[in-house]
Design a protein around this ligand. Structure first.
Ligand code: PLP
Length: 369
């Protein structure tokens, strides 16, 4: 059955800005400069400016952004990196890709983000970095995280894959840690028409290293000399051109997401569920609008049957994923993350939703409950 209201609808957005996107694509194809074309640099400049940062380096995906950031900090075999178990697997995968070990810390049940108060307990001689995730678009508690990082001399790499345009204490996400990693996966708040990602930083040394790492270890400007063993993890010109066209609309799209979230909160009050809470002094960008409820699986199924695209982000916490079984974690190691995994439900939310869509979702949820 065709979903009446899907979880994400990328075609509505495309139809609204079709001319701009088609023109951006046409330009790249006319030039046939598909790799490292001028669109990449143009987007990097715009995105750095958008994040109020010195540098932005386009890469092939959010996963690549995390992986190359860790490598640029010198993270390797034998090292440990602290992160949250309640996130998309890529956050921890990138740590494993470096030969390092992910070390998990339980979450704050209100924000779903890493609980900074519990980070110190797991710091060891091997700890090199912390990766806080701004999950669902809500910034993690960066002041507290940076305090711990400073005390133990650790790198802070923000996983900002869901947090384009988010703010923490009036500062736009991108420069709160040593670097911030963005994903431009099509469904993200700023999405390409394929894979894409970026690393944003004020640290010029890190920026140079990442530029070389993403491009087979070449120094910028050098074609045949490879100074280090790098990777083929570049952002391509087509994606950069599309992202540049879309970036101009991002603020307005975020405002629409936030307005929809406020409306959901209002309509859902009184139901036996927990609606998302925006913490003080943050700008939550609602990549996902996530409620908590009992009987989640049954509600998920009935909503789907009624044509409402609901999602679960994420049903299995990372410490219980088969892929990480070698880390030897077990059930009840992170009780709050495990409870969240059983209760979270994402409702459809994207800028182009109209009020009647929101009414439909809420009415259906009320019936199902
Ligand atoms: C999407 C996402 C990633 C990975 O980004 P890709 O571009 O798909 O590689 C990493 N972390 C989080 C939290 C994400 O949501």
């Amino acid at each position: 059955m065709q979903q009446r209201i899907p979880l994400v609808d990328l075609s509505r957005q495309y139809l609204r800005i079709k001319e701009e996107i088609d023109e951006a694509i046409r330009k790249v194809i006319n030039k046939t400069s598909f790799i490292m074309g001028e669109e990449v640099e143009a987007f990097e400049e715009e995105f750095a400016r958008f994040c109020h940062a010195k540098h932005s380096i386009g890469v092939a995906s959010g996963t690549a952004a995390l992986h190359l950031s860790l490598l640029a900090c010198g993270v390797g075999p034998g090292d440990e990196v602290i992160t949250t178990p309640h996130t998309f697997i890529a956050t921890a995968e990138a740590i494993s890709h470096c030969g390092a070990t992910p070390v998990f810390v339980d979450i704050d049940p209100i924000t779903f983000n890493i609980d900074p108060k519990r980070i110190e307990e797991v710091i060891s001689q091997k700890t090199k970095a912390i990766i806080p995730v701004h999950l669902y678009g809500q910034p993690a508690d960066m002041d507290a995280i940076n305090d711990v990082a400073q005390k133990y001399n650790l790198w802070v790499i923000e996983d900002a894959a869901q947090a384009h345009d988010a703010e923490y204490h009036d500062q736009r996400i991108g420069t709160m840690g040593d670097m911030a990693c963005f994903s431009f996966y099509p469904g993200k708040n700023l999405g390409a028409y394929g894979d894409g990602g970026a690393i944003v930083t004020n640290n010029s040394t890190i920026a140079e290293r990442v530029k070389s790492l993403r491009n087979h270890g070449r120094m910028p400007g050098s074609k045949y000399e490879h100074t280090i063993i790098g990777y083929g993890e570049r952002l391509d010109s087509l994606q950069a051109a599309i992202l540049n066209a879309k970036l101009k609309h991002l603020r307005e799209w975020t405002d629409a997401r936030r307005a929809h979230a406020v409306y959901y909160n209002e309509l859902l009050s009184g139901l036996d569920i927990v609606t998302p809470q925006e913490t003080l002094n943050t700008r939550h960008v609602y990549h996902l609008y996530v409620i908590r409820l009992n009987n989640r699986d049954a509600v998920w199924k009935k909503m789907q049957e009624q044509g409402i695209g609901v999602g679960i982000h994420y049903p299995i916490p990372l410490h219980l994923q088969p892929a990480f079984k070698e880390l030897l974690y077990s059930t009840s190691d992170f009780a709050l993350a495990e409870e969240a995994a059983k209760q979270v439900l994402s409702l459809p939310l994207y800028p182009e939703l109209i009020d009647s869509d929101i009414h439909k979702v809420v009415d259906t949820l009320r019936e199902v409950l």
